[in-house]
Design a protein around this ligand. Sequence first.
Ligand SMILES: Nc1ncnc2c1ncn2[C@@H]1O[C@H](COP(=O)(O)OP(=O)(O)OP(=O)(O)O)[C@@H](O)[C@H]1O
Ligand SMILES: [Mg+2]
Length: 319
Amino acid sequence: MVANIKTIAFQGVEAVSVEVQVHLAPGQNAFTVVGLPDKSVAESRERVRAALSAVGLALPYDRITINLSPADLPKEGSHYDLPIALGLLVAMGALPQSAVADYLVMGELGLDGSLIGVPGALPAAMAALAKNYGLICPADCGPEAAWSGLAAPDKPGIVAAAHLLETVNHLRGHQLLPPPQTRAAPSAGDLPDMADIRGQKEVRLALEVAAIGGHNLLMSGPPGAGKSMLAARLPGILPQLNAGERLEISVIESLSSKRGGVRLADRRPFRSPHHSASMAALIGGGRQARPGEISLAHCGVLFLDELPEFSRQTLDALR
Ligand SMILES: Nc1ncnc2c1ncn2[C@@H]1O[C@H](COP(=O)(O)OP(=O)(O)OP(=O)(O)O)[C@@H](O)[C@H]1O
Ligand SMILES: [Mg+2]
């Protein structure tokens, strides 16, 4: 029998639908994952096998084939563990297909069956909301996913459990989990105050104009003239974020986080990368595509202190 579980892959900040298809066929004992998995996805076999045995289930002595469809889209990250495990449970008859039909699933599994947070819960929840699905994710990702509004009473909801067994019990209706609650960001303390600056009327006017109009600003002057000091005080005079911008900033933060648990942004980002930062660190990309400094500064400020020290290639790439 074939079981289908819906999950996602990330292309930049876009969440692309991916289907995990699990097929059990009588025959030689084998477990293969196909559909362009990277190393972390291929290794999920071992985590899934251990996690299922931790909840008292042995994998059938069959030929198990997992296909991540569309097959030509490269899949990376550890969030395919949980959809693969739930797909196997459906294929083995331990869970009805209808119990998971309305959910997007994401999450990493520990060998003991615990669910480990993954990046991207907020964009995943937003994708689920757009398609009118619910979201099954690790408990650590629950509060972050709840910011999407998916946990509202009239929506399919978020199932955020700390263990595979809790997820399965919830889906079978044995032990209901409470919907996750959003967590407010702890106030990050006061920003450096523009009132610390003595004089410098023209530069302050230029900073104000740049802050309101979203303009680029180049400061040049002798050492000790106060350039770094003035730039550090720019975040304090930036306009308030609106709801859409807060969500946009948080989506990027969510994708670059390691274990999820991102809180909703309450202020504009101020990024000041060192001039020795690599091109991938600044503009994003690399083997595992992650947002770069320029993306992390979305709706905020990218401050390049000691600008002439940055390499020509990075400045060109930023341009
Ligand atoms: N207008 C000012 N009001 C108050 N303090 C100032 C002012 N200008 C400079 N300072 C003092 O001088 C110090 C040095 O300033 P800052 O490091 O911002 O200079 P800079 O222009 O960035 O120099 P560099 O080119 O060497 O990086 C500040 O930390 C602050 O103590
Ligand atoms: Mg300086």
